[in-house]
Write a protein that binds this ligand. Sequence first.
Ligand SMILES: [Fe+2]
Length: 394
Amino acid sequence: MPSVFVSTNPLLFGRGTSQLVGEKCKEFGMKKVLVIFDKGVKNAGIVDKILENIHAAGVETVCYDGVQPDPPDWSCEEAGALGVKENVDGIVAVGGGSSIDTGKAAKALLTNPPPLSQYFGRGMLLTKPGKPLIVIPTTAGTGSECTPGGAITDTKNNVKTNVNGLGAAVSLGIVDPDLTVGLPPAITASTGMDALCHAIESYTSTLANVYCETMGKEAIQLIGKYIVTAYKDGSNLEAREGMMKASTLAGIAMLGPMCHFPHDVGKVLGAKWHIPHGNACVMTLPQVLEMIAPACPEKVRFIAEALGAQVPAEATPEEIGKAAYQAAQTLMKTLKLPTMKDYGLKLDDLIPLVADEVIKALSMAVKFLGGFPAPIPVTPETINEIVTRAYNEN
Ligand SMILES: [Fe+2]
């Protein structure tokens, strides 16, 4: 099977780089930009600094502040329509994955007619390049600054889908760790674990190759080293920078090999029960690590050790799996991540619905990917086992 090496968009990385946004808007020839964000980022004081910087460069702005979690199609259409009405010649999206993904969809709608639903799905590439999009993440997690697609909620069918292709692509990501300093501990944990899942799932994917494995391993090590410090002491800049680097590397890592079980299940939990993406994805991580260990024991050993486990050299694949399970579960408890029960979910509601939805989504994705990313067979029984164990054990 051919390997997929994805060359992502340009990224500017480093402390203070968000203060170059106005200059970059000018370099892209923008005279009037649509700035997309949510009220939380605005209240944190981040947006005002960005707007000031853009204005100082002589570029006009129009604001869309209605970004929603798990961006629904209607909100993306609102943002796109505002951009069309105001005849903007570019977009700056500031915030977490939801703001950035709303920015990607709005970009598509600047040069493609609504409704957005006609562009949903991996087979539906938006091929027109469109107007420039600068994205500025304020969380260390989604990696959306370097992925070519945006995750959108199809509100008619109540499922997560995506928009892809040149017409929704990022022109420049500005990754400034300083912007994450004020993130509350719970969001630091949730978004950081999303990045960890990206790195682990793509590293253990059957579609992994040396390019993404290199990125994924570095991201796993950085997160193992820094996530607890970033969670406990948000002002620790070394930890914040390490997490931001990890999140971007993990975003690049997952581009070719894609994610598997934790994200497959997490996306269903997000779409049906509106559980924040990172929390939803990490809910099954310990069980998945244990169950895939016999298929890729050395990779799972690397993960277990990066998360702080001591794994004897002669450990069997099952023992390696158990060590990784315990390390992931300990980390989740340290970060006080909510469980399925904390969200009031009932096992009877999850089984078999989650498995049915995952299989349905994957049957479409496999056509695009050419194979299943998961290192063990994807069956309803396996998914039911993962979900049941996660519900009872975490
Ligand atoms: Fe994710």
